[in-house]
Design a protein around this ligand. Structure first.
Ligand SMILES: Nc1ncnc2c1ncn2[C@@H]1O[C@H](COP(=O)(O)OP(=O)(O)OP(=O)(O)O)[C@@H](O)[C@H]1O
Ligand SMILES: [Mg+2]
Ligand SMILES: [Zn+2]
Length: 455
């Protein structure tokens, strides 16, 4: 007899409890616990464990170089840390309709063109829907198998038949295993299916790409619970109404997590953007505007030029508003505090909005000086020289601190035709020769006088 058990599972983080509670003690979310019925097949517990990997000394372990398979997209390879690692499980997460299936299908086409066998499990769409998309994206191969199926056991049977090297699951929320009775998309199902897929990746050396949906509230079992189980988590982001898409890795067991990949969504599918700075600069008008500044940020192995905009205006609220998009909120508050104390710009009766153009999120302090100048120029109605790039971290005392990869950032500015770079005062020589005017500033005050002028 199978034993029937019910439990309450937090759909946000996967916390389990026997009784209903309003607030999840693990993640603190309210009303996220739902009841799940679980019928475990009553198989006797295995008493003998076959031990295939013996204990050994670290000195005796031989390193086997992991094989990285290029995906045909350099932007994706960089985010993955050089390519798809054989036998790894990659989770590709993103908002509905952002282009996850498109990215994976195009990647599948690239991989199959190299003679690899790939099984694409479309649990959300019919085979003909996938075929239609493939036609539009010009994806065609004799190595690409499509299987419209939601049952994991059926998928595993086909894997044993076809023996693919790469498996795609689109999406994890819509497949289920018959081992448990919870509905597909529930935390238990997602966890159980991912475990089985992870097992298959490691034991059969199949590379698995899993697509996952995220919701803003996170109240549907999102890929959040999966993040600690899988090898790599990448997010596909972007504004649905704009064509630009960003790939960002959140976790990677095989590479750095601060790389980003940039794509452009066209009618014929996703196109790589190999020089994103150029793309971000394209929307810019030549005329300088108060509150607009170009900064050089560092994303993984490359520098990126992006525009930061600030809007400062008299407030009509009891306490002035501070709104930041693409910049960490507390960082913004700190920069405002330094501007007030060290420069004497009084913003206590002004709303401040800061926005990073292009959907980029800046989480490094090297953008401080640019953000400060954007706010200061908007407040004083002056402009920063449009040919000038701003780089530097601001300390609480108003000093400009040095930043990592300074030369790479200056080089990127020079490459894109900028004439001037405002950088921190260095106590060493710059590495390399630049044909661009470089102004070293010790303090925030000096930066303002070095590059700001009346309109
Ligand atoms: N016929 C078409 N012509 C041009 N672009 C299209 C066409 N159909 C879809 N697209 C683009 O592809 C996007 C949807 O891509 P895709 O289906 O890969 O997204 P997804 O993230 O897999 O979505 P879902 O969450 O529904 O699975 C649309 O937002 C649109 O920009
Ligand atoms: Mg899809
Ligand atoms: Zn929780």
């Amino acid at each position: 007899m199978a034993k029937v058990k019910t439990k309450w599972v937090c759909q946000n983080c996967g916390y389990e409890t026997a009784k209903y509670i309003g607030k999840c003690p693990d993640c603190g979310a309210w009303g996220t616990l739902t009841e799940e019925v679980e019928v475990k097949n009553s198989q006797p517990l295995k008493s003998v464990v076959i031990d295939e990997s013996p204990v050994c000394l670290i000195n005796e372990i031989e390193i086997t170089e992991s094989i990285k398979l290029p995906t045909g997209f350099e932007e994706l390879d960089r985010v993955l840390g050089g390519g798809l690692v054989q036998g790894s499980l990659v989770l590709l997460a993103g908002d509905p309709g952002i282009g996850k299936s498109t990215l994976v299908l195009q990647t599948a086409g690239n991989i199959c063109a190299k003679g690899k066998k790939l099984l694409y499990v479309c649990a959300e769409e019919s085979g003909s829907q996938v075929k239609l998309r493939a036609q539009r994206l010009n994806v065609n191969s004799d190595n690409l198998y499509v299987y419209s199926q939601t049952n994991l056991e059926a998928v595993i049977t086909q894997i044993n038949n076809i023996k693919p090297e790469i498996l795609v699951i689109d999406s994890i929320q819509s497949i289920y295993t018959s081992n448990i009775t919870s509905s597909s998309g529930s935390v238990s199902q997602i966890r159980e299916c991912t475990n089985a897929l992870m097992d298959m990746a490691k034991n059969k050396n199949i590379t698995v790409i899993v697509i996952g949906h995220v919701t803003k509230e996170g109240n549907i079992a999102g890929p959040k619970v999966l993040e600690h189980m899988v090898d790599t988590v990448i997010y596909f982001e972007g504004d649905k109404y704009k064509s630009q898409r960003l790939l960002r890795s959140i976790k990677n067991r095989f590479g750095s997590t601060n790389e980003i990949g940039v794509f452009n969504m066209a009618d014929s599918g996703l196109e790589e953007v190999t020089n994103p700075s150029e793309l971000f600069m394209k929307e810019r008008t030549d005329n300088a505007t108060p509150g607009s500044v170009i900064i050089a940020t560092n994303e993984g192995t490359r520098a990126l030029l992006v525009e930061v905009q600030a809007l400062v205006g008299a407030t009509s609220y009891p306490s002035p508003r501070r709104v930041s998009t693409g910049v960490e909120f507390n960082r913004l508050l700190q920069i405002i505090a330094v501007l007030e104390k060290r420069i004497g710009i009084n913003l206590s009766k002004h709303d401040v909005y800061v926005n990073v153009i292009g959907g980029i999120e800046i989480d490094e302090p090297a953008a401080d000086l640019g953000i400060a100048l954007a706010i200061a120029t908007c407040f004083r109605d002056v402009v920063v020289d449009p040919d000038c790039v701003i780089i530097g971290e601001i300390s609480l005392s108003g000093e400009i601190r040095n930043v990592s990869n300074l030369e790479k950032r200056i080089y990127e500015a020079q490459k894109l035709g900028f004439k001037k770079a405002i950088i921190p005062k260095l106590n060493k020589k710059l590495n390399g020769n630049f044909d661009i005017e470089i102004i070293q500033v010790p303090r925030l005050m000096n930066a303002i006088s070095a590059c700001c002028s009346k309109k």
